[in-house]
Design a protein around this ligand. Sequence first.
Ligand SMILES: *Cc1c(COP(=O)(O)O)cnc(C)c1O
Length: 425
Amino acid sequence: MNHSISKQLFERAQASIPGGVNSPVRAFKSVGGTPVFIQKAKGAYLFDADGNKYIDYIASWGPMILGHAYEKVVTAIQEYATYSTSYGAPTELEIEMAELIKSMVPNVDLIRMVSSGTEACMSAVRVARGYTGRNKIIKFEGCYHGHADSFLVKAGSGVATLNIQTVPGVTSGVSHDTLTCAYNDLNAVEKLVSENKNQIAAIIIEPVAGNMGCILPQPGYLEGLRKICDAEDIVFIFDEVMTGFRLSAGGAQQTLKIDADLVTYGKVIGGGLPVGAFGGKKKFMEVVAPLGNVYQAGTLSGNPIAMIAGYTTLKELKNNPSIYQELEEKTIYLKNGLNEVLKNWGEPYTINQLGSMISVHFSNRPVVDFATASTADNERFKKFFHAMLEKGIYLPPSAFESWFLNNALSIEDIDRTIQAAKQSL
Ligand SMILES: *Cc1c(COP(=O)(O)O)cnc(C)c1O
C-alpha cells in the first residue's frame, strides 16, 4: 500500500499543528509509523489521501454508528445549513432533541446540550459538587472522561496510550480531589468512601469501559456502586459518552438495567458533529443555571447544524431498534471469527465484547481493569495493527481503545477482516 501523500501531509502538519494532529491518539505514536490522512468516507469505508480504501473499525471513535455520510443525516445538515449555521438564541429543534433523548432514556428529566464529551463530564461533576456541597470525586484507573483537569489522573485513552503518568499543567490541588482505584474492585471503593466520609460528591464511571480497550463490568459491580452511592448520598454519574445510544437506545443504563443519577453523552449523540450532553433527574439538574447557581454555558451549545445531525441519527436509531441487534450480531460474528484465527495461532489472547464494542488483547489473563490491560503484549499489538492496516483494515491505533462497529459493515467486510487477521499474526 502506498502512503506517500499521507507521509508528506504528516511532515507538513507537524510544522503548524502540535505533533501534526488535533487529538493525540491520531498521531500513531504508540504504534509507530505515519498516520494515514483521510480524504473521505462512505458507509463502512475510509479513503485516504493516497486513494487507499479501508474497512473502518473506529467510526470516528463511535459517532458514525450508522456508517459514514449516511444519506438522511447529510441531507438534514444540508437543509439546515441554508437557514444559517448558528443563532445564539433558542430554537424548537433543541426542544425536539431534548424530548427525543428523554423518550429514549427514561430516567432523564432534564438535559443540557454542550459541544463535547469533555464538557459534558466536567459539567456533570460540577453539578454533583454543587448539589452535594462536597469536593472530592472517585474515578477509576483507565477510565477516560475527557481532558478536563480533574479527570487527567490515571486516565485511559490517549493518556494511557502515550504512557503519561502525571499531566503537567494539572495542579496538585485539583488532582488531590480526584480519588482513584481499580475498575471492578468494589472493596477498593468502599475503602475510599469510608476514608473520606461525607466528602465525596460523585462516583463517575464508564459503565462499560472503552478507553483501556473494551472492559466489561463484573456481575454485581455496578449494582454495588449504586448501593454505596445511595447509602452515602453520593451522586452516581454514568459517563455514557461511548456507550450512550450505542449499546442500546437507552445506553448502558438500559442494557445493564441500572439507573445512574446523572448521565453524560457525546459521540453518537452528535451523529459526527461536535455534541455532548449531561442530564438526569430533576432534583440534580435543577441546580444548573439559570434555574440554580451552578453555572454552565456555551456559545455554540445546541448549535442547529449539530442538533439536526444528532437528532436525525438518534431518530433513526429509535425508529429502527433492529439496528442494535444487527450490530451485535455482526460484532459476535467478528468475535467468533477472530477467536477461530487466534485459537489456531497458539499464543495467549483475550477478546472482550459487548454489543458493538470489542477489543483484542494479547494477554494471558482475563482483562478486567487497567492493570490487566497493561500487561498485554503491546509489541504484538503494534505489529498486528500495521499488518491489518496494510490489508485495508483500519483499527484504533492503540491497544487501549475499543473498536466500534458501524451498521454499514457487511458480513463480507467482516469476513475480509477475519481473513486479514489470519494473515497478520
Ligand atoms: C470520548 C470520551 C470522552 C470525551 O469526549 P470528547 O468529545 O472527546 O471530549 C469522555 N468520556 C468517554 C467515556 C469517552 O469515550
